[in-house]
Design a protein around this ligand. Structure first.
Ligand code: FPP
Length: 236
């Protein structure tokens, strides 16, 4: 059975999961962090090579301070404890998004973890934090047009590969499958360029309730798809 090499996940529905139980939204995020650990372990066991997780969008800074603070504490604890356990297993961790906006201790941790794990190959976890795909594309365009301005590059010589190589996901294989939980069926400014040929899977299950069985359902759905990448014949 074909296993997607790269799965990108929009972990949505933490707030509604909590509301349903009469709990504060932050309780949903805490439970969501547990789901994240479980799913990463399972994806690796299944033979997936890369998982990208949308953990905090560039717009999420606009949420109430208490919620943002709780999420920052969750990230801190995740980077300090869980990520260290992943590193011991030979797992590479990368971050995409605008890390300038984070408190300096979080930013330093991110830089350190990324540098420390850049040559690890057992599995690759990409955390999208303060991420927005349009911002990422704008930065890529700025990098490329600088070369045009310097006279090194002609506009007509700009290629799709140059754009891919200028994004924060440069060098990472494009996602084969996107999973979005919670019933919302949209991409919400996640990996807009990279998802060009990805298969999309939406489930009504809220992220804190997502589990191995639900992951298997997403894989089964993926395995039924015929990927043609714009051509006529299915690509295996
Ligand atoms: C979307 O649900 C989820 C988020 C904005 C945060 C995702 C964060 C986690 C799963 C916590 C752990 C992450 C790490 C990296 C440790 P929502 O709050 O938008 O839910 P709602 O749409 O039901 O309100």
């Amino acid at each position: 059975m074909t296993i997607p090499q790269h799965i990108a996940i929009i972990m949505d529905g933490n707030g509604r999961w909590a509301k349903q139980r009469g709990l504060p939204r932050t309780a949903g995020h805490k439970k969501g962090a547990e789901t994240l650990k479980k799913i990463l372990k399972y994806a690796r066991e299944k033979g997936v090579s890369v998982v990208t997780l949308f953990a905090f969008s560039s717009e999420n800074w606009n949420r109430p301070k208490e919620e943002v603070d709780t999420l920052m504490d969750l990230f801190r604890s995740y980077l300090k404890n869980d990520v260290q356990a992943l590193i011991k297993q030979g797992i590479r961790i990368s971050f995409i998004g605008n890390r300038q906006k984070f408190a300096s201790d979080i930013k330093e941790q991110m830089d350190k973890i990324e540098a420390e794990t850049k040559n690890l190959t057992a599995f690759h976890v990409v955390l999208a934090l303060s991420y927005g795909a349009r911002d990422d594309i704008v930065l890529a365009v700025q990098k490329i047009t600088e070369r045009v301005q310097q006279g090194i590059l002609l506009p007509a010589d700009i290629t799709g590969k140059m754009i891919s190589d200028s994004l924060s996901t440069a060098g990472i294989v494009e996602p084969d499958l996107v999973i979005r939980t919670s019933g919302e069926e949209r991409i919400s400014n996640f990996l807009l360029w990279e998802l060009a040929y990805a298969e999309l899977y939406f489930t009504p299950v809220y992220w804190p309730d997502f589990n191995e069985l639900e992951f298997d359902k997403a894989l089964a759905s993926y395995q039924k798809r015929q990927r043609r990448f714009g051509g006529l014949d299915p690509v295996k």
